[in-house]
Design a binder for this molecule. Sequence first.
Ligand code: NAP
Length: 302
Amino acid sequence: MPAQNIDGVLLSQQLRGEIAQRAARLSAEGRQPGLAVILVGEDPASHVYVRNKVKACGDVGFLSKLEKYDADLSEAALLDRIAALNADPAIHGILVQMPLPKHIDPSKVIEAIATSKDVDGYSVLSAGELVANLPGFRPCTPYGCMKLIETTGIDLRGKHAVVIGRSNTVGKPMALLLLQANATVTICHSATPDLAYHTRQADVVVAAVGRRNTLTADMVKPGAVVIDVGMNRDDAGKLCGDVDYAAVAEVASHITPVPGGVGPMTITMLLMNTVESAERVHSSSQHCPSQATGMEPKPGVA
Ligand code: NAP
């Protein structure tokens, strides 16, 4: 029987509906969630991503503050802007669109964002919170993958999950989230000698490589859940993932398509992290008004 499609568009719509309700409650109390998006330079893809994020904010009733700068903006000036946004009580999340121009050190910029507003979850502190099972913001793409896996109804406890890819933004946090959910986790990467040996034992496979046809049907255990994070182009220029979708769908129990799977979830989880951040400020200010200043305690995760 062909696999069930895991519909990221539908799940995103549902979650964004819930986020909009939470935002409306906060706004009614004068606490509208706010996301600041900083874009430096003229990278065309970045402009599209930023436009989508700003539109998504408007759709769920957030304040969005878009700051666009020329490619020659100095690193010091960018760090000054981040410091100002860290102190701005109307802003609950700060996102700096990558890539940055070469003269700006991206890690300095990421680390300059207050952990309490690091809704991308990319900072070393946020990563440490994930490793230590502490509340904090989870990177949006793996967080979205976990929500997609949840819809299958699979209990991850004791299941074997294989993550292909070990980037700091996708593969590693994905593996940690699966571990937190009590899966037994294997991480594969470019130096893994026999990828198929690992994936064939997996109840859940997450492919986050950036190379099409990395996961083919002969590499998948019948009934496995397959999550495809990859974004590639096929020979005809059409968007495709890392997974040979048509063939793997004949073997897996559940599979995400590309497009329409993980992609829409990434922005949705950014909105989720932002509304959570705003709620945290709200609840902490009810107990201690002096903390509603952008120096609020670290936010938690749903
Ligand atoms: P990345 O930083 O380039 O990492 C790719 C990972 O794949 C690396 O860990 C690499 O191993 C591993 N790898 C490369 N070739 C391999 C092979 N033959 N076998 C096993 N592992 C291999 O990429 P990323 O940022 O994690 O993104 C991965 C993909 O997801 C890309 O296509 C990206 O566009 C996509 N993505 C999609 C979304 C979305 O919203 N849908 C969000 C983020 C990323 P080494 O570490 O050994 O080099």
